[in-house]
Each structure stands twice: as C-alpha cells, then as structure tokens.
Design a protein around this ligand. Structure first.
Ligand code: DGL
Length: 273
C-alpha cells in the first residue's frame, strides 16, 4: 500500500468502555478531518481492578479488533491498559500505538515548578507505577506521589459529577496529596477529566491539573503529522463505534463524555479476536 492510501485510513481508538470517549472528544477537536473507529470493551469493563495478565490479554484483543478495520494508527485511550499492558503488547504488532501515559507524564514534567507531581488513577494503573517511571525517566529530580481513587469511575458513570457525595469522597481521597505539597496533578484515568471541577476545588488553584486525554490528542496529532499520516483527501468524516455488550448504556453515558449523541454503535464479540 502506498503511503497516500495509508493516510486516508481511520485512526483506531480503544478503551475498557465508555471513558475513552474523553480522548475521542479531544481528538475530534484537534483532528476534525480524521475518520475514527472506536472500540469500547463495555462487556468486560472496568479493567482497573483486574490483574496484569487479564488486562494484557484484553488489550491484545482490542488491538486485533481495530486492525481488522484497517486503521493507520492506534490510540490506547485507557490509562489502565496503557499503564499495565502496552509495553509488552506494543512489540507484538506492526503498527504505531500511542498510550496515554507518556503524553501525560511529559506534560506534568513541563508544567511543574517545584518538581512535585501527583498521579491519580485506577488501582491497576497506580500499582504498575508506569506514570512515576515515565516522569522520573524524563527528569530524575521529580518526586512523584501516586494514589488510586477507585470510586471515581463508578461515580462518573452514575452521573455523580456535581453531587456532595463526590466532593466528600474527593476530599477524603486527595487529602494525602494536599499534605505533600504537589503543584501538578495528573488525571490518570479516562473518567477523571469529568471531575476536573471537583478535583480542582479540593486541590486548590495552586495545583495544575493535567488532562491526559487532552495531552494524548495533541501528541497523536503531532505523531501523525511527523509521519505524514494526516488525512489529506477531505470529504465526509466517518466516526464508527463498536462495543462488546448491548450498546444502550454506552449510548446513554456517551452523551456526557462526548457532548453529543452517538447513533451508529455496533455490538461485537470481542472474544473472537
Ligand atoms: N478506562 C479506565 C482507565 O482509564 C477506567 C475504567 C476502567 O477501570 O476500566 O484507567
């Protein structure tokens, strides 16, 4: 295939479920002419409390599914899959796969003024230590403080964004990070950008929040440009969505993640991949 044809192919994006739509929303903003294929593993979500073996196997299947759609580039929108599985799985495929860890880590290193950075994410993301390693590799003076906040995902999915209960839980979780005087906090989970206001209020104005979805979309745009893979032909833009269980709940929740309704959602059997 010539490079010209390759650039016209869609970008593949996967996540454990609906959360990756925060990354899709940012990619749509920054790359509005690109065709997208999204896979959300709603049937096996959440990944965040699972073992490395299972997350690695699911990640492989998610990537195989996207490859069947002849994508030109893959974005692992899921922080958990990126943190736990991507280093291993990336080597098994002959396509560029961008995870969310490195873009978030890079941004944190450039934003912090006191070299004290906090990371919040799922249990699996935090146990992997991937964000801390990535940050410390970039600058060994960095002090990284990591914290799992497992209740944030179900709260967001239940629409508990502006509720008092969510503020209470956020205050309780985040107090250890307030005590260690960080000036930058990485929102290391697809769902956390929706809690920016609540988290920002708890942490206070002196702490800069890093939205890994935003940073990843920017990085995707610059990698595609550098590889001469940005779509050139123009014309109709097509966004396709696939999920591994009935699409009803996905389409309900999707509205708050993406700010728009999604109609073309197809159910697939991911265990075949
Ligand atoms: N998408 C996951 C992440 O970003 C959150 C949901 C899950 O645990 O699967 O870590």
């Amino acid at each position: 295939m010539s490079i010209d044809n390759l650039s016209e192919r869609p970008i593949g994006i996967f996540d454990s479920g609906v959360g990756g739509l925060t990354v899709v929303a940012e990619i749509m903003k920054i790359l509005p002419d690109e065709n997208l294929v999204y896979f959300g593993d709603v049937g096996r979500s959440p990944y965040g409390g699972r073992s490395k073996e299972i997350i690695t196997q699911f990640t492989r299947q998610d990537i195989r599914f996207l490859l069947e759609h002849r994508v030109k580039f893959i974005v692992a929108a899921c922080n958990t899959a990126s943190a736990v599985a991507l280093d291993v799985v990336r080597k098994e495929f002959d396509i560029d796969i961008l995870g969310v860890i490195d873009p978030g880590a890079k941004a944190a290193v450039s934003y912090t003024r006191n070299s004290r950075v906090g990371i919040i994410g799922t249990v699996a993301t935090i146990s992997s230590d991937s964000y801390a390693k990535s940050i410390e590799n970039k600058d060994d003076k960095m002090k990284v403080f990591s914290l799992a906040c497992p209740l944030f995902v179900p709260l967001v999915e239940e629409g508990y964004i502006e509720k008092d209960a969510t503020s209470l839980i956020a205050r309780d979780y985040l107090k250890t990070l307030i005590d260690v005087n960080i000036d930058t906090l990485v929102l290391g989970c697809t769902h956390y950008p929706l809690l920016k206001r609540v988290i920002g209020k708890v942490m206070g104005p002196a702490v800069r929040l890093v939205d890994s979805a935003e940073e990843t979309a920017r990085e995707a745009a610059s990698v595609l440009a550098a590889k001469n893979l940005l779509r050139r032909e123009g014309g109709e833009v097509v966004h396709k969505f696939y999920v591994s269980d009935v699409p009803d709940r996905f389409s309900q929740i999707a509205q708050q993640f993406l700010g728009q309704n999604i109609n073309n959602i197809t159910r697939v059997d991911i265990t075949r991949y």
